[in-house]
Design a binder for this molecule. Structure first.
Ligand code: DX5
Ligand code: ZN
Length: 233
């Protein structure tokens, strides 16, 4: 299993990770979509929306379960849902490797310990207008911090460069405290914005449209990785 404990990701917290968001793929052919980009991607980003926390409905545990046999990659489930406590176990059973909950839903400390108790990698997400201070108390208890670069709910939106000040703050904090924490950005990431995000300190880049809405998703993923690496130099 390619997760953070074993396999290719072992000990690589902080390494560049390209996480294609299947929200932008053809839902009628998801298994094929993730296999086509496999050679140039590292994780699989699963956007879960409940029509309540965000004004859109996407996919849930049955889709994770159906996709699991088709990929050995780390399944990074982004829960844009109001009541994650109710579904963490279902995601774990379906084959999720990590679940990310939004700090805006509250009850954060208990959600983190619930996810941990289930054996999940734990992420915490913050919307673009949520201050960095809101996530600081939890940085020592999570595996991943997701700083949204769009308001969640829909793919294909424009990258919000203002969020980079939070990415910079987070990177400083992670390095200063030597935290084993991945720093992820999500929303509007493409070849132009990827280097901006990696320069600010992000190491996990989620991209939907910039991969799956391209003529060659595999070539697009490779180009994204090269652009992201250029930002790290
Ligand atoms: C937004 C989702 C993102 C989104 C990214 O609600 O969390 O993962 O699908 O899509 P693009 O890359 O198209 O902005
Ligand atoms: Zn997402």
């Amino acid at each position: 299993m390619d997760n953070l404990d074993a396999g290719p990701d072992a000990g690589l917290v902080g390494a560049l990770r390209i996480a294609p968001s299947i929200l932008a793929a053809n839902f009628g052919a998801l298994a094929n979509a993730i296999q086509v980009v496999d050679a140039q991607t590292d994780w699989v980003h699963v956007d879960v929306m409940d029509g309540h926390f965000v004004p859109n409905i996407s996919i849930g545990p049955p889709v994770v379960q159906s996709l699991r046999p088709y990929s050995t990659r780390f399944f990074d489930c982004h829960l844009m849902i109001s009541d994650p406590a109710r579904y963490l176990e279902a995601f774990k059973k379906a084959g999720a490797d990590g679940c990310t909950v939004h700090v805006e839903v509250g009850n954060t400390a208990s959600l983190i310990s619930d996810a941990r108790a289930l054996g999940l990698r734990v992420g915490l997400a913050a919307n673009p207008n949520t201050p960095f201070d809101a996530v600081v108390p939890f940085l020592g208890d999570i595996d991943l911090l997701l700083l949204m670069t769009v308001f969640p709910g829909f793919g294909g939106q424009s990258f919000m460069g203002d969020v980079m000040h939070k990415v910079t703050l987070a990177r400083k904090e992670i390095d200063a405290a030597q935290l084993a924490l991945n720093l992820e950005v999500d929303g509007g990431i493409d070849r132009d914005t990827a280097p901006i995000a990696t320069r600010a300190g992000a190491n996990v880049l989620v991209a939907g449209s910039a991969i799956f809405n391209q003529l060659s998703p595999l070539a697009a993923a490779q180009a994204l990785r090269e652009a992201a690496l250029a930002g790290q130099r």
